[in-house]
Design a binder for this molecule. Structure first.
Ligand code: CMC
Length: 429
């Protein structure tokens, strides 16, 4: 709703324009600049979109200054403590916490879709055994469009929700199959009597020759990580899903694009990079050296798992994960020297003026890898774990966008190339 305007004045022409201020239910007031090009002939320049709201959304709210994250109004701390991933997925997708019968019906529907078409396994077996699972995920999830494209009516809300639930259900099955292909193990089919996290652990680690007992500590930890990663408003991968979705593309193609965006080390790929960095640091004596490198402008090295575009105080997910990492290591009776190294790195960085001035704090990826490692999940699968959880956010955002009138996403540019010049035939150049 607009309750006031900001007037901007063009000094060269003397013209002025009233720009309406949009206020959401929370968050900073936002200038509606849509009329700017037509009225004054200007575009706006905002590389990295640090100052640009690309959409309105009812799903997730972040206050980066206060370290607040809420799904549909519910604080992440409460959801992490009291809820579980299925309920959170329902909340993100439908907007409200489910009743007992709504949750049962939702879980029933999800379990109806946990299997994948057998033909899909031939895609997976076509990859080399050491293909990165994120590359496999992007390819295999994209190929789901080939299985469901003709039957999908993009104008039907029912079909949109159905494809959203299909993706939530199938993502863990595909992820585990990618891992098992690497291991050379036979496919493990989803066991629908288990909950979401347990089912994934079973598909990852059960082998036909042994009984597989699910460790409740591992299942609970995984469920927590899935909750914390489920959505994060208009981050790079979600914006990718929305941008691709704005063209009317098949939803599986949109999610495959989101997976590719997530893979980058500046985004979801950071969880793998953190463990690589801790490996490179090696031991406590080297921490100072790596902190110095992170501060050196001439060195491209950055502390992975540190810093965030939006959080400028602390990342509430990181605070929860740090405590959980301690608890998981303790409950599993294991210790991890990398946990001590990570704590020391955090301590030194948080006392350093460079990190204080730039407001750089550990983010969600800093400690998550330590938990994944303790659960036996290999490093190459860390970002896949993120993708399984974030699928809920991606499909919820995609459904929200698809349910509201949307124009194709089409940013502009400041052109700096050559002005018009005449073509010169190759022999005369
Ligand atoms: N280590 C050292 N310096 C840093 C770091 C870091 N991790 N992050 C930012 N800076 C510095 C950066 O060099 C810049 O300095 P200056 O102003 O002197 O040029 C300043 O802080 C601002 O950085 P920026 O790159 O303009 O900030 P951004 O908002 O564009 O980037 C970020 C955010 C997360 C990409 C960045 O902090 C980063 O690369 N962090 C490491 C990768 C990482 O942990 N990514 C996971 C993000 S959270 C989960 C997710 O999104 O998936």
């Amino acid at each position: 709703m607009s309750d006031h305007h900001v007037i901007i004045k063009d000094q060269s022409s003397g013209q002025s324009l009233e720009l309406p201020v949009i206020r959401g239910t929370e968050g900073e007031p936002t200038l509606d600049i849509k009329s700017l090009p037509a009225s004054l002939g200007y575009f706006t320049y905002d590389p990295g979109f640090s100052s640009t709201a690309s959409c309105t959304s009812d799903i997730t709210f972040i206050d980066g200054g206060q370290g607040i994250l809420r799904y549909r109004g519910y604080p992440i701390e409460q959801l992490a403590e009291k809820s579980d991933f299925s309920e959170v997925a329902y909340l993100l997708l439908y907007g409200e916490l489910p009743s007992v019968s709504e949750l049962a019906a939702y879980n029933d529907e999800i379990t109806n879709h946990t299997m994948v078409h057998e033909q899909l396994n031939t895609f997976i077996s076509g990859f080399h055994y050491d293909a990165h699972p994120m590359a496999m995920m992007a390819g295999v999830v994209g190929s789901l469009a080939a299985f469901y494209h003709d039957k999908m009516d993009m104008d039907s809300s029912e079909h949109r929700f159905l494809s959203a639930k299909r993706m939530i259900a199938k993502m863990p099955t595909i992820a585990a199959a990618c891992f098992r292909h690497h291991m050379g193990w036979p496919t493990a089919y989803p066991k629908n009597s288990l909950n979401f996290a347990e089912r994934f652990l079973h598909m990852m680690f059960s082998v036909p020759t042994e009984n597989y007992e699910i460790d409740p500590v591992a299942a609970k930890a995984l469920d927590l990580l899935f909750i914390l990663h489920a959505d994060h408003e208009q981050n790079a991968s979600t914006s990718t899903v929305r941008l691709v979705g704005s063209t009317g593309a098949n939803p599986y193609a949109c999610i495959a694009a989101g997976i590719s965006a997530l893979w980058g080390p500046a985004h979801g790929g950071a969880n793998e990079s953190v463990i690589n960095m801790l490996n490179d640091i090696g031991d406590m004596s080297q921490v100072g050296k790596f902190v110095a490198r992170a501060k050196d402008r001439d060195d491209p090295f950055r502390l992975m798992g540190f810093g965030h575009r939006v959080y400028k105080n602390f990342d509430p997910r990181a605070s929860i994960i740090r405590v959980a990492a301690h608890e998981v290591l303790q409950a599993l009776g294991t210790s991890d020297p990398q946990m001590d190294l990570a704590l020391e790195l955090e301590r030194i960085a948080l006392e350093d003026d460079y990190f204080i001035e730039k407001k750089l704090y550990p983010n969600v990826d800093f400690y998550s890898g330590i938990i994944y490692k303790a659960l036996g999940i290999p490093m190459s699968m860390f970002t896949v774990m993120f993708a399984i959880a974030r699928t809920v956010g991606w499909v919820s955002q995609w459904v929200e966008q698809s349910e509201t009138p949307t124009r194709i996403g089409r940013p502009r540019q400041v052109y700096n190339g050559p002005s018009e010049r005449d073509y010169v035939p190759i022999k005369s150049r």
